[in-house]
Structures are given as C-alpha cells and as structure tokens.
Write a protein that binds this ligand. Structure first.
Ligand SMILES: Nc1nc2c(c(=O)[nH]1)N[C@H]1C(S)=C(S)[C@@H](COP(=O)(O)O)O[C@H]1N2
Ligand SMILES: [Mo]
Length: 300
C-alpha cells in the first residue's frame, strides 16, 4: 500500500522539538485532506503544541476503569491487550475475526497531531499514531447498502473493574455515519508520541474523530459492524436529551447544563486561560460539507 506521506526531515534537522512537531503537524494536515500539494489547512498554520505525555496519559475518561480522571491510569494495567482480535461483521464482503497483528501488517501508519475536545469542556492536543479507518473498512469490503458503522468496546469485567458496576450499559458502544467513518481525518489510533497506546488511552486500538466530542472516540475496540440503521451510542442511551448521535463540536450549541463556547486546556494549571472552542473543533474546512443542509441545533 502506498504511503500517503513520509516524514522528510533530514537527520540533522532535529531542533527545536516544537518546530519538529509543528512541521509534522503541517504535513499531517495536508495528508489529512488527501490533497498533498495544496495549502495546509488553517489548523496547521498556528503552532499546535501537543499536550505533555503525562497529561494525556494521566487525565482520562475510561469508565470501564472507574469514573475518576485518575482511575484509568491506576487500574487499566489489569487489561490484557495481547492477543487481541476485532470482529468485523454486518454489511461487509469479508466478515470475520481479524487478529490485530494481521490488520496492522496491512495498514499505513501515520502520525496525526489533532485537537481533542471533551464534551465536558476541556481539551488537549494529542500526537496520535494510527491508520485511517477507511483503509480498514476497505479491507473488510463495505457493501453498498451499508450506511453506518457501529463499534463496541471489550466487555471483560474481570479486568475492567468499572464494568462490575452498571454505571452505564456495558459494553460501551459508539457509531458513525459511513461518510464520517470514511473521512480521511477519521483515525484508528494504536499509539501516542510514537509509543504504543497506554491501556488507559484505549489500547490496543481506539477510534479518533477529531471534530467530534471525545466520547465518540471509543476505546479498546473489539467489534465493528456495518449496518443500514443508525446504531445506538452509549451516551445517547444513558442521557438522550443531552447527547445525540452526531456530537460534533459546536461552540454555538450549549450542553443543557453548561456552555460549549470555551474550553479549558488541560495541563495549563488551575488558572490557565480558557480558550474559545472552534466550530467542528477547528476542522470546519475539512468536514462542514458532510453536514450540508442539516440543522445542527436539532442534530447535535
Ligand atoms: N470505551 C470507552 N471509550 C471512551 C470512553 C469510555 O469511558 N469508555 N470515554 C470517552 C471520553 S468521554 C473521552 S473524553 C475520551 C478520552 O480519551 P483519553 O482518555 O485518551 O483522553 O475517550 C472516550 N472513549
Ligand atoms: Mo469526554
């Protein structure tokens, strides 16, 4: 499979790290559009400094390990991530149980530095490693009648202590419309900062949809089902009037209990300045066309 982009930094071109990261981000931005040669999108123009490793790996939402932000880092080591396989079924030509290693051997790995915005109004910038979900769906062979992609997290209460309590209905489930799933920005992540994904961040494989609230980015995926019906999603099932299917980041549509106009960058300290939240989390140019003609106040 042809690599969409390569890191063309020369061996001597190593300093400073912030420039290095920004350079890769710009290239990822171009690759994200699949339009190498065109101008980098606006989000790549400014410096997008990744949040520190410790912040990304110690302030987590992963309710399978507890509801506190520090619970996943404390308890997720109990999760066995090898062997791991993913069932791909429903409206595909090649259904089956795919070993993770077999999938990875066929995918083109990339680094993407993305904004990450939780619905709770905090944010980070994360340097993900992974591959485009589209490539995996192409491997499975999506049938023409498929319209949505449903995903499911592992259910293993012996290792996921939070699952011993019915905090939400387990397993955690999420879904995307097929065109969202096929979008070049939609990533299946296997790492951060060039290292394997820590368990608390959703090892060994998690979804990343940078223009949607963080809860859409389902962790530790074991099943992907192609369907013609909008699939159920965990947070919609739990609190249907607060969380709907699309969950696109939108500063003009407030959560019923708080404003979504601004966000708190994690890692900046208790008194860090809140920053404005961007439409589609800053990826408007890339994804707004997916929602043309839709009322985003109704389909939030
Ligand atoms: N299976 C599962 N996936 C999940 C969650 C979860 O509780 N369980 N939390 C979601 C939420 S609310 C957010 S903000 C992100 C957090 O990802 P991070 O901990 O890697 O920053 O994971 C999402 N994916
Ligand atoms: Mo979240």
């Amino acid at each position: 499979m042809a690599k969409r982009w390569t890191n063309d930094l020369a061996p001597g071109d190593v300093t400073p790290e912030s420039h290095y990261l920004n350079r890769r981000q710009i290239m990822a931005g171009i690759a994200g559009l699949g339009l190498a040669g065109l101008a980098a999108p606006a989000r790549a123009a400014g410096a997008l400094e990744p949040s520190p490793w410790d912040v990304i790996t110690q302030y987590n939402n992963f309710y399978e390990f507890g509801t506190g932000k520090d619970d996943p880092a404390k308890y997720a080591h109990a999760l066995t991530t090898d062997p791991w396989s993913i069932r791909i079924d429903g409206m595909v030509h090649n259904p089956g149980d795919y070993a993770l290693g077999e999938i990875l051997s066929k995918m083109t790995m990339e680094e993407r530095i993305y904004r990450f915005r939780c619905v709770e109004a905090w944010s980070m910038v994360v340097p993900w490693n992974g591959f485009e979900l589209k490539d995996l769906l192409d491997l499975a062979g999506v049938k023409p009648e498929a319209k949505y992609v449903a995903m499911e997290t592992l259910y293993r209460p012996e290792e996921m202590r939070g699952q011993r309590t019915p905090f939400i209905e387990w397993p955690y489930v999420e879904g995307l419309r097929l065109d969202e799933a096929m979008h070049p920005l939609t990533l299946m992540a296997t790492g951060i900062y060039g290292k394997p994904l820590p368990n608390q961040n959703g090892a060994p494989l998690r979804l990343v949809v940078p223009w949607k609230y963080g809860f859409k980015s389902i962790k530790s995926i074991v099943r992907i089902t192609l369907t013609d019906k909008e699939p159920p999603t965990s947070w919609n099932r739990a609190i249907p009037n607060e969380y709907k299917f699309y969950s696109n980041v939108n500063p003009t549509v407030d959560h019923p209990r708080w404003s979504q106009a601004t966000e708190r960058p994690i890692g900046g300290g208790l008194f860090a300045k809140r920053q404005p939240t961007l439409m589609f989390n800053g990826y408007e140019k890339e994804v707004a066309s997916l929602y043309q003609g839709m009322d985003l106040r109704v389909h939030f």
